[in-house]
Design a protein around this ligand. Structure first.
Ligand SMILES: [Zn+2]
Ligand SMILES: [Zn+2]
Length: 239
């Protein structure tokens, strides 16, 4: 979707179907600025997995284990649980746009781009299998990416990663089972970007919720196999 149509579409939606803040009821986006400010934000200086001090959401030790270099994650899952459930399971896909914009604003305000000076930045949404896409009608990570891209001007590359097979839902599995379930499930297609300098590119992998990080690790392993050296994660919340 071009930026122009993105703007028009959401202007019309906003005019005819105004949202209310789920916390205070004010007519505005899903959460008004005041209520949004009240929610605790995840610190980039604490490892999301072991709580050790770090620079970019993940410590060196966990980084080796998880295969990505940094994480930019905004909320704790419990604080935005209802909105995320509506977004994923109840068909309110406009919440994707809402969270994508918030993530984009924070990315710009915190000048995260400065970490990636001299690199080409690729925004890659975690892919959904065709079968599940058909069932849900939309891939939430792509929708979030569209809004994030609109705010940050970082281009989306949603054809680079794909799923080679459909998997059972991760939510019911233990960490060990999750890894097994996902082994080799992602593939990489670089045909459309054959003139890209992969060694000097950074991938921003975008997902909605991080739980154990298994899905993102598996994506990252696949990207590294194809020559990407830097893989960072962008996510709405950590469960
Ligand atoms: Zn409010
Ligand atoms: Zn750690």
């Amino acid at each position: 979707m071009t930026k122009f149509f993105y703007k028009i579409k959401y202007f019309l939606l906003d005019t005819f179907f105004p949202n209310k803040c789920i916390n205070c009821g004010k007519t505005c986006d899903f959460l008004c600025k005041n209520c949004l400010n009240l929610i605790h934000k995840v610190s980039l200086n604490e490892c999301l997995f072991c709580k050790n001090k770090c620079n970019f959401g993940i410590c060196k030790k966990c980084s080796l284990n998880k295969h990505f270099d940094g994480i930019f994650c905004l909320f704790n899952y419990r604080d935005v649980k209802n909105l995320l459930k509506d977004m994923k399971y109840n068909g309110f896909y406009d919440i994707c746009r809402f969270f994508g914009e918030i993530l984009g604003d924070f990315y710009v305000e915190n000048n995260i781009n400065s970490y990636f000076k001299n690199y080409k930045i690729l925004l890659v949404p975690v892919p959904m299998h065709k079968k599940r896409l058909k069932k849900r009608g939309y891939n939430q990570t792509l929708k979030i990416s569209e809004a994030f891209s609109y705010k940050t001007k970082i281009n989306i590359y949603d054809k680079i990663l794909f799923r080679t097979r459909n998997t059972i839902k991760q939510a019911t599995l233990s960490e060990k089972e999750r890894r097994k379930n996902l082994k080799g499930v992602f593939g990489c297609n670089l045909e459309k970007i054959s003139n890209l300098d992969i060694e000097n590119s950074v991938v921003l992998l975008l997902d909605d919720v991080i739980t154990t990080g298994s899905t993102l690790s598996e994506c990252s392993i696949c990207l590294r196999k194809y020559g990407f050296k830097k893989v960072y994660v962008i996510a709405i919340a950590k469960a």
